[in-house]
Design a protein around this ligand. Structure first.
Ligand code: ISE
Length: 338
């Protein structure tokens, strides 16, 4: 690869257009060569601000272009499978927005295709792994000075969910992040998932059960609870409290300026994930590009995407049954052992 990676962005929606702008304005060592969307006008709008980038509507033709060195896949998750297989057939590096695919079976076929290449080409967009707070918490847990982790209390609040948001999307779109962060923080797999709901907010539309509580257990017995509340009104908040044998660590509080004015004091709450995790997204994409230029791989890989997909399937089953559902991953293939 030369000294600048030519990237095609597949999908010109909320995440795809964010990534295109990010690559163009803030990331060094890469340039956007194409933005693909079945809706040409959306691709046109994104490339309008990016000199040299072209709008495309055909994924297969774009993947075959000689100036495309790598792709960022930002279409909805249910469209990922086919594009992943096609991009792997071209041996292209892929930064795949979460989820890898919506279920364990399709994720397995992606793992198999990647194993045939003999090297890891897919990084999954679990951006929280690039957030300073999460990194510090993991380093503290790994360092062991506070003893072993016993419990994690997590809150994941969105200001408001679209009217089309469903119970299943609470798991696939939102809690998928906690499935990954729990694995990342604890350094082990999740073995069991249960979902409860109680009093529901009147601010959710349709049949959505909001909020919900997700309970998990890891292989060694760490207990995890997650409040997922997608119409929390107050803003965007993602927090974790880790309880260890010798102490407690909190991350994710909004730590901006504290303002005192007119008989009040207070600060701001992030409005959305773009601002809350903006630095983490930049870090994620910049690290991916640097690794591509250096021909290395380091980041959440397809196994992490597969594990999260299996957890999502178990989570949706648990939503329906109300019972604890076991997570069965099978053996981790050698390509993904660290
Ligand atoms: C969205 O897709 C995200 O990835 C956000 O991080 C999450 O908070 C939100 O619930 C999802 O819909």
């Amino acid at each position: 690869m030369q000294n600048s990676v030519g990237v095609a962005i597949i999908g010109a929606g909320r995440m795809g257009s964010e990534h295109a702008r990010r690559l163009h304005r803030r990331i060094s060592g890469a340039h956007v060569v194409a933005v693909v969307d079945i809706d040409r006008s959306r691709a046109d709008t994104v490339v309008a601000d990016i000199p040299g980038a072209e709008a495309e509507t055909d994924v297969a033709a774009t993947l075959a272009r000689s100036d495309v060195d790598a792709i960022i896949l930002a279409t909805p998750g249910f469209l990922h499978h086919e594009v992943l297989l096609e991009a792997l057939a071209h041996d292209l590096p892929i930064l795949c927005e979460k989820p890898l695919t919506p279920d364990g079976k399709s994720a397995r076929t992606v793992l198999e295709a990647e194993q045939q290449l003999g090297r890891r080409r897919i990084q999954v967009g679990f951006m929280r792994r690039f957030d300073r707070d999460y990194r510090q918490l993991r380093a503290r847990i790994e360092g062991g000075t506070l003893g072993l982790p016993l419990m994690l209390h997590c809150a994941h609040r969105n200001p408001v969910a679209p009217a089309t948001f469903t119970d299943e999307m609470m798991i696939h779109d939102s809690v998928v992040h906690e499935f990954d962060t729990v694995r990342y923080l604890c350094g082990e797999e999740i073995s069991e998932i249960q979902v409860r709901s109680g009093r529901l907010t009147q601010n959710a539309s349709g049949k959505l059960r909001d909020p919900q509580q997700i309970l998990m257990k890891t292989a060694s017995g760490v207990l995890v609870d997650v409040e997922i509340f997608v119409n929390a009104q107050l803003g965007y908040q993602v927090t974790t409290q880790a309880v260890l044998e010798q102490g407690v660590i909190d991350i994710g509080g909004d730590a901006g300026a504290l303002i005192q004015q007119g008989g009040h004091w207070g600060g701001g709450i992030n409005p959305g994930f773009e601002s809350r995790f903006g630095d983490a997204f930049d870090q994620e994409v910049q690290t991916w590009v640097q690794n591509l230029l250096a021909d290395r791989f380091d980041g959440p890989d397809a196994w992490d995407g597969y594990a999260a997909a299996v957890c999502c399937e178990a989570g949706v089953k648990a939503q329906h049954s109300g019972q604890a559902v076991a997570v069965e991953l099978g053996e981790r293939p050698p390509l993904y052992r660290r």
